[in-house]
Design a protein around this ligand. Structure first.
Ligand code: SF4
Length: 960
C-alpha cells in the first residue's frame, strides 16, 4: 500500500504469465553521460530499460535516448560478422565476403607485425566518440605509432586545452558549474548533447531554488529553452564578449584581487626587455623551483619594500599593476611588469561598444551583464565553515563562495579562434575568483592537473622505433617548441600534423585531416588506417564528397593511396562501405567496458567516481567488442605490456586485462579504482583484486569515493587534496597549480617566431601565424574562414548541433528515436527567410563558397537573424544504416558538411580549417547565403549519395 513512496515500480511492466524476468544493471551509452541503467529481460530478451535510482549520476532519471537503447539492439543495420572486401571491387560499393575472426586476426597480425617491424608510423589508429582512450592510446603506444587520436580534435579540444592551459581543469566530466550553490548561471555555446541528464537534474533544482539562468547562444534550443534570458550572439564572437566583460570588471575594479595575487600568476613579474627573455617570467636562482617541469621560483613586486621578492615569500604584499625595474641581483636593470598589468593593457580598448559591433549584443546589455556577474560574485559572497590548509601551510577557517557559475562547450570550441576564446572565459572566471569555489566552477577528479599536465608527445624520430613502444605517449601537452612532434628536418612526425608548427598544441590530434593527408602523402603516406566508430566518409568529416573520393584514390600502379582500411563498427554506416576489412563491434549492452580514472571517469565534485558496463546480453552473431579485438591483437603482436617475460600471452581477455593491468609494476593503479587490494578492501590504489568486476556488479556498476569536505574546494592550492592526489596517482606532483592568467608557454612559441629565442623555430611561412595567434593573453580575432571568404557575398553564419534525441549518427536508425525526427530542417529567422523569399517548409538552397545543399526551411524566432542552423548527422546516404531507399533521412535529411572545407587557402599556402593553436576543426566558421529552390526542382535534398547493404546485416529490409 506504500508503493507510491518506494523505489519499486507500482507494477512490473514486463511481467507475463509463465515468463522469467530479471533485471541487470549496467551503464548507458546512448550518449556520453554514462547514466546508470537497469535492463529488464523477459526470458532473456531485453524488453525495457529504465534509470537506476541507486546510481549517483542520474539518480534514476532516464532520457528518451537512454530508454530507446532497446531499439539499438533490434537495429536492422547491425553488422554480425567480419567482412573482407572482394578483390578488385570498388571501395564504397559494399562488396564483401564474410570471413571468420581467425582469418581477420591472421590478416591483421601479418600486416601489422610487418609494419611494426619496419616503420610503425605507417599504422594509424583513429577513433570516434568512444570512451576507451586509455586503452586505445596504450595500444598505439605499445605498437610504436604516434598516429593515434580520438575524435577530440574535431569535437571540443579547444574547450579542454583552453581551460587546462589556464586553470588545470575543464568543463564536463572534468569539472562544471556548482548549481547547488550558484545564484546566477551563465551558459554559453552549449547544446544538449553534453552532460545531458546530470545537467537537466541540476538545472531543475537550480531554477526551483530561485537561481537566475542566462543563456548566450545564437540559437535558443535545449537547455536554453528554460533560460530566464536568452542573449543571441553571432557565432565565433564569444571571445569578444569575454574581452569586453573583462574590460568592464577591470575598469570598475570589480575583480578578486586577493585571489588573483595568491592563486594565479597575476602578480608575477614578466620581463619587458627585448630579447630571449622578452615576455617571459623572470626566475630567482636562489629560490626553490619546486617543480622542475614548471618552476615556481618567480618574482612579485612587493609594495612594502618596493622591490622584487620571491613570489611565495611570506609577509610580502604583491602588486598587480605598474611597471618596475629590477634591483641589484641577477636581473638588475631589467624592466618588469606584473602579468595582470599586461592583461589590463590587453583589455583597455575592448569596450562594450567594440564588442557590440562584433557580437551583435547591445553595448548596454554587455555592461549590465558585467555588473550582474560582479554583483553576484562579490555582493552575494558567502563562507562555508570548512577549514583547509593551503600549499604554503596557511590554515583557513572557511572557503569563500562566489555564486556565479558558467558552463560552455562546443559552441565556443568549434571555431578557429576557440582556444583563445576559451582562455578568455577561463581568465574571466578567474577574475571573479570562482575557480573551485562553492557556487562557481568546481573540478572533478582526476582534475585539477598541472597547467598543463606533464605528458609530452614524441618529439623526435628517436622516439619512434621498430618493434618498440613509443618513448612517450602519442598525445601530450607541449610547453615549449622543443616538445613539438617534428623530425630533425622540422617535418611533422604525425600524419595529422598535430604538434607541428601548423597546430603546436594539438592535444587531441586532428582526426579530420588524416584521410586527406594520407592520400596526399603529406607529410608522408601510410599503409593501414584503422577507424573505430567514426563515420569518416559522411558526417564526421569536412568536405564529405572529396573525402569519399580520397578513400578510393589510387596511385599510378593501381594501388589504393591508403592501401588498407580497417573499419570497426556495430552498424553499417556510410563508412563501412569503404572498408577493406570490417570488424563487427558489439553494442554497449553486450560488452564489458570501463569509465576509468585513467581516462574519462564520471567523477563528482566531492570525489573520484568510476563505473563499468557489464554485458546484459550475449553479442549478436559474431560481434566482438573492440576492446577484445585490441587485447587479442596486442597479445598476438606481443606488445611488451601484454606479454610475460617468458613470451607468453599475459591477459586472457579484456575483463582479465582490466583486473590485472597496472600502470607500472606494483603501482597499485589500474583502470578501475574501486575495491582494489587482494580482498577488495582498498579504494583507489592497491594490488589487483580478482573479484573486482563482481564488486562493481554488486554495487550498481559504480565506485564512488567521497573525499572529506576539507579536500573538496580550492584544490589547485589545497595541500591536503594535493597530497591525496599525488598519493593516489591523480597527479605526479603536489605543488600548487597556479592559474595562468598570462601564458609564458604561449609566449615561448611567439618568441620562437621572432627568432629571439634560441632553439626550434617555425618555418618562414608560419612565423607570422605563430606570432599572431600565440598571444600569451586572451584575445579575439575573426575566425580564419572569414579571411578566405568574400563576406559581401556570404553574409550569414551557419552552424549545427546534435539534437537532444540523438547523440550519435547511429540514432537515425533507431526505430523509436526516428519517430521524434527523421529529417532535419534549416532553421532560419523568420525575417531573414522572408527577406530571401523563402516560405516556411519550402525547399531552398544553402550555399557556401565550397559547395551547396538543397534542404527544407523552417522559420524560427529562436535563432539570431544573422545565423542559420540545423541538426547534424540526421541526413543519410540512400540505403545507409539499413534505412529504406526513400527514407526521410536520405530524401529530406541533409548534411551541412558539404558546405565546409577541410582546408583553407591562407596567406599563399593551404592549411587545415582548424584552430592555429590546437588544430580544433572550425566546424562553426562557415559563411553562407540562401536562395529559394525553383518550383521545377525535385523535392528532395541534394546531393544524393547511394550506400550499400553488406552481407550479414541482422535483418532484411522487407522485415522492417
Ligand atoms: S543522458 Fe545519456 S547516458 Fe543518460 S540516459 Fe540519456 S542517453 Fe543514457
Amino acid at each position: 500500500m506504500f508503493k507510491l513512496f518506494s523505489n519499486d515500480p507500482v507494477h512490473d511492466p514486463i511481467k507475463q504469465q509463465g515468463a522469467t524476468t530479471e533485471i541487470k544493471k549496467t551503464t548507458c551509452y546512448m550518449c556520453a553521460c554514462r547514466c546508470g541503467i537497469r535492463a529488464h529481460l523477459r526470458d532473456g530478451e531485453l524488453v525495457y530499460i529504465d534509470g537506476n535510482p541507486e546510481h549517483p549520476l542520474n539518480q534514476g532519471v532516464i532520457c528518451a535516448k537512454g530508454a530507446s537503447g532497446i531499439m539499438k539492439q533490434k537495429s536492422p543495420a547491425r553488422i554480425t560478422q567480419p567482412l573482407l572486401r572482394k578483390a578488385g571491387s570498388h571501395r564504397g560499393d559494399g562488396e564483401f565476403e564474410a570471413i571468420s575472426w581467425d582469418s581477420a586476426f591472421e590478416i591483421l597480425t601479418k600486416r601489422l607485425s610487418h609494419i611494426r617491424a619496419t616503420d610503425p608510423k605507417k599504422f594509424a589508429l583513429f577513433t570516434g566518440r568512444d570512451q576507451m582512450q586509455a586503452l586505445t592510446g596504450l595500444f598505439a603506444r605499445q605498437f610504436g605509432t604516434p598516429n593515434y587520436a580520438a575524435h577530440g580534435g574535431f569535437c571540443s579540444v579547444n574547450m579542454a586545452a583552453g581551460m587546462i592551459y589556464t586553470i588545470g581543469g575543464s568543463f564536463w566530466e572534468f569539472g562544471g558549474p556548482d548549481l547547488e550553490r550558484a545564484k546566477l548561471f551563465v551558459m554559453i555555446g552549449t547544446a544538449e548533447d553534453h552532460h545531458s541528464n546530470p545537467m537537466k537534474i541540476a538545472l531543475s533544482k537550480f531554477k526551483r531554488s530561485g537561481g537566475r539562468f542566462i543563456s548566450i547562444n545564437p540559437v535558443r534550443t535545449g537547455y536554453s529553452a528554460i533560460a530566464d534570458e536568452w542573449i543571441p550572439i553571432k557565432p565565433g564572437t564569444d571571445g569578444a564578449l569575454f574581452m569586453a566583460l573583462m574590460h568592464e570588471l577591470i575598469r570598475l575594479e570589480k575583480y578578486d584581487a586577493p585571489f588573483l595575487k595568491r592563486f594565479s600568476n597575476s602578480s608575477q613579474l614578466v620581463c619587458m626587455d627585448s630579447g630571449a627573455e622578452e615576455g617571459l617570467f623572470l626566475y630567482d636562482p636562489d629560490s626553490d623551483p619546486i617543480n622542475l617541469d614548471l618552476p615556481h621560483n618567480k618574482y612579485i613586486w612587493d609594495e612594502k619594500t618596493q622591490s622584487a621578492q620571491p613570489c611565495f615569500k611570506q609577509g610580502t604584499s604583491p602588486v598587480l599593476l605598474g611597471e618596475y625595474t629590477m634591483g641589484p641581483g641577477p636581473h638588475q636593470g631589467k624592466k618588469v611588469v606584473p602579468a595582470f598589468e599586461l592583461l589590463r593593457r590587453q583589455v583597455s580598448e575592448t569596450t562594450p561598444e567594440w564588442a557590440s559591433a562584433i557580437t551583435s549584443i547591445p553595448a548596454e546589455r554587455i555592461r549590465k551583464l558585467a555588473l550582474e556577474i560582479a554583483d553576484t560574485a562579490f555582493g552575494q559572497e558567502f563562507e562555508l565553515p570548512i577549514a583547509w590548509t593551503d600549499s604554503w601551510g596557511e590554515k583557513h577557517d572557511s572557503v569563500t563562495g562566489r555564486p556565479v557559475a558558467f558552463h560552455a562547450m562546443r559552441g565556443l570550441s568549434a571555431h578557429s579562434n576557440g582556444f583563445q576564446t576559451t582562455r578568455g572565459l577561463a581568465v574571466l572566471m578567474s577574475l571573479l575568483g570562482t575557480i573551485d569555489r562553492p557556487g562557481g566552477f568546481r573540478h572533478k577528479a582526476p582534475y585539477p592537473r598541472q597547467v598543463p599536465p606533464n605528458a609530452k608527445p614524441p618529439s623526435s624520430e628517436n622516439d619512434i622505433k621498430p618493434n618498440t613502444p613509443l618513448a612517450k605517449p602519442p598525445l601530450g601537452w607541449p610547453t615549449q617548441p622543443e616538445d613539438l612532434a617534428l623530425d630533425s628536418q622540422g617535418n611533422p612526425l604525425r600524419i595529422d600534423k598535430a604538434y607541428s608548427w601548423e597546430h603546436p598544441l594539438a592535444a587531441h590530434g586532428l582526426m579530420h585531416n588524416v584521410i586527406t593527408n594520407a592520400v596526399k602523402g603529406d607529410p608522408y603516406s601510410i599503409d593501414t588506417l584503422m577507424i573505430f566508430m567514426a563515420n569518416m566518409s559522411w558526417n564526421s568529416t569536412m568536405n564529405t564528397m572529396e573525402v569519399r573520393e580520397h578513400l578510393n584514390a589510387k596511385n599510378a600502379d593501381g594501388e589504393f593511396k591508403i592501401p588498407f582500411l580497417v573499419v570497426c563498427d556495430a552498424f553499417q554506416s556510410e563508412m563501412v562501405d569503404f572498408a577493406d576489412l570490417v570488424l563487427p563491434d558489439t553494442t554497449y549492452l553486450e560488452r564489458h567496458d570501463v569509465m576509468s580514472m585513467l581516462d574519462r571517469p564520471i567523477s563528482e565534485f566531492d570525489g573520484p567516481v568510476d563505473s563499468v558496463r557489464i554485458p546484459v546480453l550475449e553479442p549478436l552473431g559474431e560481434c566482438k567488442p573492440f576492446q577484445e579485438v585490441l587485447i587479442e591483437l596486442a597479445s598476438r603482436l606481443q606488445f611488451p605490456a601484454f606479454t610475460t617475460p617468458e613470451g607468453e600471452r599475459k591477459f586472457k581477455d579484456y575483463p582479465d586485462f582490466i583486473t590485472r593491468f597496472q600502470t607500472a609494476p606494483d603501482s597499485g593503479i589500474g583502470f578501475l579504482s574501486g575495491w582494489r587490494g587482494k580482498d577488495g578492501e582498498k579504494p583507489l590504489k592497491g594490488e589487483p583484486n580478482p573479484n573486482q568486476w563482481q564488486k562493481y556488479e554488486e554495487n550498481n556498476c559504480v565506485h564512488q569515493y567521497h573525499m572529506p569536505p576539507e579536500h573538496q574546494y580550492m584544490r589547485n592550492w589545497n595541500k591536503g587534496y594535493l597530497d591525496f592526489s599525488k598519493e593516489n596517482a591523480l597527479r605526479q606532483k603536489n605543488d600548487p597549480i597556479m592559474i595562468a592568467i598570462y601564458s609564458d608557454i604561449l609566449q615561448r612559441f611567439r618568441l620562437a617566431a621572432t627568432g629571439k629565442r634560441p632553439g626550434a623555430q617555425p618555418p618562414e611561412h608560419l612565423k607570422a601565424r605563430i606570432y599572431k595567434y600565440f598571444d600569451p593573453l586572451p584575445f579575439w580575432y575573426p575566425p580564419l574562414e572569414d579571411e578566405a571568404t568574400d563576406l559581401t557575398k556570404f553574409t550569414l553564419n551557419a552552424i549545427t548541433q546534435r539534437p537532444m534525441a540523438m547523440y550519435h549518427s547511429w540514432d537515425s536508425q533507431n526505430a523509436w528515436l526516428r519517430q521524434i525526427h527523421s529529417h532535419n530542417y534549416l532553421y532560419v529567422n523568420t525575417a531573414t527567410a522572408l527577406q530571401h523569399g523563402i516560405a516556411d517548409g519550402a525547399w531552398m538552397w544553402i550555399e557556401s563558397q565550397w559547395g551547396k545543399v538543397k534542404c527544407m526551411a523552417r522559420h524560427s524566432e529562436a535563432v539570431d537573424p544573422g545565423t542559420v542552423w540545423t541538426w547534424n548527422a540526421i541526413g543519410k546516404a540512400e540505403s545507409a544504416w539499413s534505412l529504406s531507399d526513400n527514407a526521410d533521412e536520405s530524401k529530406k535529411g541533409f548534411l551541412l558538411n558539404h558546405l565546409i572545407s577541410e582546408e583553407l587557402p591562407l596567406g599563399g599556402f593551404t592549411v587545415s580549417n582548424s584552430d592555429p593553436i590546437t588544430g580544433q576543426a572550425g566546424w562553426y566558421d562557415v559563411r553562407v547565403r540562401l536562395a529559394p529552390a525553383g518550383d521545377d526542382e525535385p523535392q528532395e535534398t541534394w546531393p544524393q549519395v547511394k550506400a550499400y547493404e553488406v552481407p550479414g546485416m541482422s535483418l532484411k529490409k522487407e522485415a522492417k
